[in-house]
Design a protein around this ligand. Structure first.
Ligand code: 3PG
Length: 400
C-alpha cells in the first residue's frame, strides 16, 4: 500500500476488501477489533485523497439480502473510529452502491452492503464468481486487500476481484503475514503452542504441522476431552469426537516420537449442565481430576492445577502461539482457564501471538490490554490455515 500511496491515489476509487465480520448482539457490536484493525489502511487512503469503497462479508447469509446480517452497524462504527461520516450503500453492486460510489468526493469513505448478500461472492462455480467480481470491479480503479480474516476463502471479492484491478496489500495483511511468517520460518525457541476451542476436527491439520515445528503443545477447550479419552480416561458427559480418536491417538504417539511435549490438563472444571450464557446465572461448577470425570459431569474449563501448569510452560517459552479458548469463557464460572492463559502470555517475556476470532475476542472481553500481547491476529481460520502451510487464495491473488 505504501507503493500505491507514493504513486498517488487522489481521486482514485479504491476498493478495500476488509473483514468486518464482527460479533453482533442484535445490532450491537460486541467486539469491534476487526473494524479497528482496518482503520490505518482506510485512514491512509482517505487522507491521501482516495475515494474509499470498503467491502466485507458478515456472517453466513444465504446469498440473498438478510437484515440480520447487515453491515450497517459496522459501517457506523467505522465512521466513529475514523471520526468522519461514512456513506452506506444498501446493496453490493446495484443502484445504491453505484450511486453511493459515484457521489464520493476525494477523501470520502463508503461501505457497501454485505458481499454475501450476492450468491456470486461465495459461488463454487468460477464463472459465477467471475461475473460478480466484474460488477465489483466496475466500482473501483484499484484494489487493496486488507481482510486478513477472509484470505483463506476463494471468494469473488478475495480471489477473483484483485485479478481485475491493480492490487495491493493493506497494512493489516502485511503485518499479519509478517508475524505468521516468523512463526513458520524463523521461530525463536522454545516455541509453545496453546490450542483450545471446541472441536478437535477443526484443528487436525494444524496439529499435524505443529508436531514438526513446536516444542510443546498445551491443549484445552472442548477438544481436550478427545485427547483425554484417547489416553483411556473417562470423560463423562464432556464433548467427545469419537470418530477423531484414532487421529488423536496417532498424534499422541507422534508427539512422543518427535520429542514434542504434549501437555494435557490434570484437573478440569465441570458441571452437570451447560451454563446459561445469556443470563450468566450462577451454575454448579466442580473441580475434578482430569482422568476421572464423573459420568454425569461435562468438562467446561481447565482446573486450577492445570492453570498453574500451563502458566509455567508458557513462562519460559520464547514464542507462544495461542488459538482457542480453554473453556466456556463467556460464563464467569468457566472463564478462569482462558483468563489464566491470557495472563500467562502477558506475564511471559515470550513473543506472544493470539490467533483466532474466539481467543482474540476472549482477550478483549476479559478486559486485557491488547498492547500487552505481541500480536493479536484478526484471523481465526486464516491464521490456522497459514500455519498449516496452505496456499491462501487471498494472499496468492495479491502476490501474483
Ligand atoms: C472468520 O470469521 O473467520 C472470517 O471472517 C471468515 O468467515 P467465514 O468462516 O464465514 O468464511
Amino acid at each position: 500500500i505504501d507503493e500505491l500511496l507514493a504513486d498517488g491515489v487522489a481521486g482514485k476509487r479504491v476498493f478495500v476488501r476488509a473483514d468486518l465480520n464482527v460479533p453482533l448482539d442484535g445490532t450491537t457490536i460486541t467486539d469491534d477489533g476487526r473494524i479497528r484493525a482496518v482503520v490505518p489502511t482506510v485512514k491512509a487512503l482517505a487522507e491521501a485523497g482516495a475515494r474509499v469503497v470498503v467491502a466485507s462479508h458478515l456472517g453466513r447469509p444465504k446469498g440473498a439480502p438478510d437484515p440480520a446480517f447487515s453491515l450497517a452497524p459496522a459501517a457506523a462504527r467505522l465512521g466513529e473510529l475514523l471520526g468522519t461520516d461514512v456513506a452506506f450503500a444498501t446493496d453490493t453492486v446495484g443502484e445504491s452502491a453505484t450511486s453511493t460510489v459515484a457521489s464520493l468526493t476525494d477523501g470520502q469513505v463508503a461501505v457497501i452492503e454485505n458481499l454475501r448478500f450476492n450468491a456470486g461472492e461465495t459461488a463454487k462455480e468460477d464463472a459465477e464468481r467471475a461475473a460478480f467480481a466484474e460488477r465489483l470491479a466496475a466500482l473501483a480503479d484499484v484494489y487493496v486487500g486488507d481482510g486478513f480474516g477472509a484470505v483463506h476463502r476463494k471468494h469473488a471479492s478475495v480471489f477473483d476481484l484483485p485479478a481485475r484491478l491493480p492490487h495491493y496489500a493493506g497494512y493489516l495483511i502485511t503485518t499479519e503475514v509478517g508475524v505468521l511468517k516468523k512463526l513458520t520460518e524463523d521461530v525463536e525457541r522454545p516455541y509453545a503452542v496453546v490450542l483450545g476451542g471446541s472441536k478437535v476436527s477443526d484443528k487436525l491439520a494444524v496439529i499435524d504441522q505443529l508436531l514438526g515445528k513446536a516444542d510443546r503443545i498445551l491443549v484445552g477447550g472442548g477438544m481436550v476431552f478427545t485427547f483425554l479419552a484417547a489416553k483411556g480416561h473417562e470423560v463423562g458427559a464432556s464433548l467427545l469426537q469419537q470418530d477423531q480418536l484414532p487421529a488423536v491417538r496417532e498424534y499422541i504417539e507422534r508427539a512422543e516420537k518427535n520429542g514434542v511435549e504434549l501437555v494435557l490438563p490434570v484437573d478440569v472444571v465441570t458441571s452437570a449442565e451447560f451454563p446459561d450464557l445469556k443470563t450468566k446465572a450462577p451454575s454448579d461448577p466442580r473441580t475434578v481430576a482430569a482422568d476421572a470425570i464423573p459420568a454425569d459431569q461435562m468438562g467446561l474449563d481447565i482446573g486450577p492445577e492445570t492453570r498453574k501448569l500451563y502458566a509455567s510452560r508458557i513462562a519460559d517459552a520464547a514464542t507462544v502461539f495461542w488459538n482457542g479458548p480453554m473453556g466456556v469463557f463467556e460464563h464467569p464460572d468457566y472463564a478462569e482457564g482462558t483468563r489464566a492463559v491470557a495472563q500467562a502470555l502477558v506475564d511471559s517475556p515470550a513473543f506472544s501471538v493470539v490467533g483466532g476470532g474466539d481467543s482474540a475476542a476472549a482477550v478483549r472481553i476479559l478486559g486485557f490490554d491488547e498492547n500487552a500481547f505481541g500480536h493479536i491476529s484478526t484471523g481465526g481460520g486464516a491464521s490456522l490455515e497459514y500455519l498449516e502451510g496452505k496456499t491462501l487464495p487471498g494472499l496468492a491473488a495479491l502476490e501474483d
